[in-house]
Design a protein around this ligand. Structure first.
Ligand SMILES: O=C(O)c1ccc(O)c(O)c1
Ligand SMILES: [Mg+2]
Length: 629
């Protein structure tokens, strides 16, 4: 379908917005009045510029506080409308959005219908149509079905309604009622998502809207209802968001387009394949979602190879190979694989202030068909990374995640072609070394990435659409020098879990990244680490006093957790016992043991971990102490 976006959704001047929107592949724009008023170009030049970029001006908006007014006001409003119609003719825009009146003293439906009919009459003389929208905070009209009743009462061919998913879903209205509307009377459709928040609806709308797939609304279902009416106009994003207003224009436009591409895909699934060709305009569907099956590896770019080697050795890893052509080592234990890459990339776009000596630079994801996974990522506008390969090296299909982490789609199983096209095992690039002794660690449980605050919503949408991961609730944790916001994403099987963090931290505190390793015997891991200096992150005794107050695990178990520096959580379905290592560069390791059906990440312990990570080494009290405590 035709894809549009309101200029209010992205940052920049009007011309910068038009350029970015065209570049991202949109067909049209809604011009928000403020963007026109601040633009030095006359409307004709804006029209030509948009046309030159292949963009239509699908809507001009908003026209406010028109209907249900006194005769005096009506005369003034019609005069105002006449002048706007002339501007729209110069712009080449043929639809005006009129939003429901928010001023006091608005009268009832008959008067509103009668006045909107007069407005539509006037609009028609200019070849313009009026799309009447119920604002969720409209004085008299704030429900979409109410706006529709007034449109029906006015009964004018140049008057229809504009549906806006935010106004409908924020009020908890049933979008199923949309199917009672004739599609040709829906003149425009605006789409926005939002996080589920309990707050004043106007503030919520003006500051927190986000692109579909980034929030908590079921925009797909709403769109399915709209399409069943026969609506064939644009899908237009209208997102008021404090972050997007100041983020990079082009990047936000691409994020917006990714959202619409994924929304089309999900609505095709709801409506059934029959509608797919109409919705997709005969264009090829996306290569299907292919949730990764697990972590193939985590790669650390490092100048601290020796420190990491010691740490990995203490954790039970052994070096099992060196890359044939690059300064990269493979360390393995069970199904957990860590690459240490000493060719630290000096990419100025992704490098972090302070230039840490160790970062989590890449993640390998198991895919039954790595090339198809990469094609899907590319169709969803992810930057595909060039791989400078030596002959005979396995093709690694890689894309850049929003925080710059490289994601490799790969296969770690010997190829028999049974569950996907043949694809060489990436491990073939490493010189053979003795296989790892089976240790206590079995695989990578999760990885935690740190995002700049303005890329967080983009990251959620990226992992949801490109990798097919499901977002968990967003949580906030106190850090002694700020606040950590975190959202976990996982596949249904729980074999790929990621924690996306944004750190609001004071200067000089680099956001950390970590790799969590799974074990079936956390006590044995802790006992081994306890004897190695500077490996375990000490946990304050006060934590254990509180743990004892919160959970009655028996004296013996409490004593053991305290002595070994282990942290504990339960969610009713199972238990989670874990420990953290000290940090190298930006990176630390966690070792976790999940029992039962525990799905979380030890959230109640995160604040203690964050505080413990800030304690200078000189002040660490030697916890955990030696054996016997
Ligand atoms: O917040 C507003 O005023 C506003 C204006 C126009 C719209 O289409 C809308 O949904 C909200
Ligand atoms: Mg709107």
């Amino acid at each position: 379908m035709r894809k549009s976006i309101a200029t209010v959704s992205i940052s920049g001047s009007l011309t910068e917005k038009l350029d970015a929107v065209a570049e991202a592949g949109f067909d049209g724009v809604e011009i928000f009045e403020n963007d026109l008023l601040g633009c030095p170009l006359p409307p004709e030049r804006i029209r030509d510029r948009a046309a030159g970029l292949g963009l239509g001006i699908d809507l001009y908006q908003p026209f406010r506080d028109f209907e249900g007014v006194s005769p005096d006001r009506l005369a003034a409003n019609l005069r105002r409308a006449e002048l706007k119609f002339r501007t729209m003719e110069r712009l080449g825009a043929d639809t005006l959005l009129v939003c429901s009146n928010v001023t006091p003293d608005v009268a009832g439906d008959e008067l509103a219908a009668e006045q909107l009919r007069l407005l539509a009459d006037l609009a028609a003389t200019h070849g313009i149509r009026i799309a009447y929208e119920a604002l969720a905070w409209g004085r008299h009209v704030n429900e979409y079905l109410h706006a529709w009743r007034i449109v029906r009462m006015a009964d004018h061919p140049a008057l229809g309604t504009c549906l806006d998913s935010f106004h409908i879903l924020s009020r908890g209205s049933d979008p199923g009622g949309i199917e009672a509307l004739p599609g040709e009377k829906i003149f425009f459709l605006q789409l926005a998502d939002a996080p589920v928040l309990a707050m004043d609806v106007l503030q919520w709308s003006r500051h927190y809207r986000c692109f579909p797939g980034q929030g908590g609304f079921d925009v797909t279902r709403l769109l399915a209802h709209v399409l069943r009416t026969g609506y064939a106009g644009p899908l237009s994003l209208e997102v008021f968001n404090d972050v997007f207003r100041q983020a990079d224009t082009g990047r936000t436009a691409v994020d917006a387009m990714r959202s619409l591409i994924a929304l089309e895909e999900s609505v095709v699934q709801v409506l059934g394949a029959g509608s797919a060709s109409e919705i997709l305009d005969g264009g090829p569907p996306l290569p299907g979602p292919r949730p990764p099956g697990g972590f193939a590896f985590a790669e650390l770019a490092t100048r601290e190879r020796d420190r990491l080697g010691t740490l990995l050795g203490a954790l039970g890893f052994s070096r099992t190979g060196g890359h044939a052509t690059k300064p990269v080592e493979l360390w393995e234990q069970g199904g957990a694989r860590i690459l240490l890459n000493e060719s630290v990339p000096g990419d100025p776009d992704t490098s972090v202030p302070g230039d840490p000596d160790t970062t989590l630079s890449a993640i390998g994801l198991e895919s039954a068909d790595p090339s198809a996974s990469a094609r899907r990522a590319q169709s969803l506008l992810s930057p595909v990374l060039p791989r400078d390969r030596a002959p005979r090296e396995a093709a690694l299909d890689a894309v850049a995640a929003p925080d710059g982490t490289q994601l490799f789609f790969c296969r770690s199983t010997p190829q028999d072609g049974a569950d996907g096209p043949a694809h060489p095992d990436w491990r073939g690039d490493f010189s053979p070394a003795p296989p790892p002794a089976d240790g206590l660690i079995s695989h990578i449980d999760h990885v935690a990435l740190s995002h700049p605050w303005h890329l967080f919503d983009e990251a959620v949408l990226f992992y949801r659409t490109v990798l097919g991961l499901r977002p968990h609730d967003s949580v906030e944790v106190a850090d002694p020098y700020g606040l950590l916001r975190s959202r976990a994403m996982s596949n249904a099987a729980g074999t790929v879990r990621m924690a996306l963090n944004i750190a609001h931290l004071g200067d000089g505190n680099l956001p950390r990244q970590h790799v969590a390793l799974a074990t079936d015997d956390i006590v044995a891991v802790a006992e081994r680490l306890r004897d190695v200096p500077d490996v375990l992150l000490p946990i304050p005794d006060n934590y254990y006093d509180d743990l004892e107050a919160r959970h009655d695990l028996g004296e013996r178990r409490h004593r053991q957790l305290r002595a070994l520096g282990l942290l504990y959580d339960t969610d009713g379905a199972g238990e989670f016992v874990h420990l953290y290592t000290t940090t190298v560069g930006r990176v630390f390791f966690e070792v976790v043991q999940r029992t039962g059906d525990y799905r979380g990440f030890g959230l109640p312990n995160t604040a203690v971990r964050l505080a413990a990570q800030h304690v200078p080494t000189s002040e660490r009290g030697g916890r955990p102490s030696g054996p016997g405590r």
